[in-house]
Design a protein around this ligand. Structure first.
Ligand code: NAG
Ligand code: NAG
Ligand code: NAG
Ligand code: NAG
Ligand code: NAG
Ligand code: NAG
Ligand code: ZN
Ligand code: ZN
Length: 304
């Protein structure tokens, strides 16, 4: 009897798990899914479908620097080949993410690449060539000529895009308050006129005209521009969460706001996985500012 009960209990558990799996899985496909097919696919000299897209990915995030602006989208045999440039780009990527610098598409590298992330490049194209000019006091990064807000601009105004949902305001306000307290330097205040605001926050979909097209669910989640531009965009195709607490299979809006405000203040991506300025934010998780982020903003603005 007891074992029959146990069996029924386990059976219902399995069925519920299957149903739940199906619901959750309805559409969690990501623009980065193509990368999974490349695991262990090839080595230098190989010609494989998908390598062209991988090169676009590495170019977008700063590991290749195709001229003039972007890699030509018409794939041909050259662009699908695993060449020296691709190998070097993979090694730079692996080095940034503290992976073994194998220069191959191994499991840990693939797992890292498919994670949802910020659209901002990890390394600026000119930095990879002159990496000695990188500021390396800690894991945060900026260059000596990094754009920042002028000294008279410490009280920054922000505004939300037309028909920005009220539900998404409080998490952003909390994120501004967190940076204000951590920096002990910046303050932020809301205005209505987005055209004149220092910081302009909106939801955007697909190609929205700033050169950083969004890509549907997962993949790229958001991006923001360095000072004094002030634009901060969320990908409207994500399932966003305002909590409280982590919500499975959604992206936490406040966590992403904290990250993007870091860019708005002039910070790049950190190599410290615990930093808010680490490039990726997994679904169903929350994150706050870390010592590395605070050191970063203080070093950039010469604060004590
Ligand atoms: C999942 O979403 C993507 C992007 O919105 C879409 O292209 C794709 O067709 C969807 N897949 C399914 C199975 O609904
Ligand atoms: C989609 O769901 C499956 C099953 O739950 C999971 O293994 C996979 O990692 C999910 N993909 C993304 C991009 O979240
Ligand atoms: C292949 O693409 C590369 C890069 O776009 C280009 O330089 C090259 O001329 C192309 N080759 C052919 C045969 O089309
Ligand atoms: C690097 O390679 C070593 C030896 O193969 C392995 O033990 C280690 O887990 C690898 N590290 C990463 C981050 O993949
Ligand atoms: C910032 O500017 C606004 C608008 O002028 C003002 O109301 C607010 O008091 C200022 N805050 C600080 C800390 O200076
Ligand atoms: C914003 O307004 C436009 C035009 O009225 C509408 O088409 C769009 O669906 C709205 N967006 C949201 C997120 O409500
Ligand atoms: Zn970022
Ligand atoms: Zn944008």
């Amino acid at each position: 009897m007891a074992s029959k009960m146990t069996f029924l209990f386990m059976l219902s558990f399995v069925i519920l798990t299957l149903i739940k799996g199906e619901i959750v899985n309805q559409n969690n496909s990501s623009a980065f899914d193509f990368i999974r097919n490349l695991q262990g696919c090839c080595h230098k000299g190989s010609n494989v479908q998908g390598l062209h897209e991988l090169k676009l990915y590495l170019d977008r995030f700063g590991y290749l620097s195709y001229e003039p602006a972007h890699y030509q989208p018409n794939a041909n045999s050259t662009s699908q080949s695993f060449d020296d440039e691709l190998e070097s780009a993979l090694k730079r990527y692996q080095s940034f993410y503290h992976l073994n610098t194998t220069g191959t598409l191994d499991g840990p590298t693939i797992s890292r690449m498919v994670m949802p992330r910020c659209g901002h490049a990890d390394i600026k194209a000119h930095q990879q060539m002159h990496s000695k000019s990188l500021h390396t006091v800690s894991h945060f990064q900026f260059t000596p000529d990094s754009p920042k807000w002028p000294v008279e601009k410490t009280n920054l105004s922000y505004a939300f895009g037309f028909n920005y949902s009220d539900a998404y305001v409080p998490p952003v306000v909390r994120a501004f308050n967190t940076w204000a307290a951590a920096s002990g330097y910046f303050t932020f205040y809301r205005v209505n006129d987005i055209a004149s605001a220092d910081i302009k926050i909106s939801f955007e979909r697909g190609d929205h005209g700033d050169g950083g097209a969004f890509d549907g669910p997962y993949g790229i989640l958001a991006h923001a521009f360095y000072p004094p531009d002030g634009r901060m965009h969320y990908d409207a195709a994500e399932t966003w969460s305002v909590g409280p607490g982590p919500v499975p299979d959604t992206i936490d809006l406040q966590t992403v706001a904290l990250h993007e405000i870091g860019h708005l203040l002039g910070l790049g991506h950190s190599e410290d996985e615990n930093a808010i300025m680490w490039s990726s934010i997994p679904s169903g998780s929350l994150k706050g500012l870390n010592a590395d982020d605070i050191l970063g903003v203080k070093a950039l603005y010469g604060l004590k």
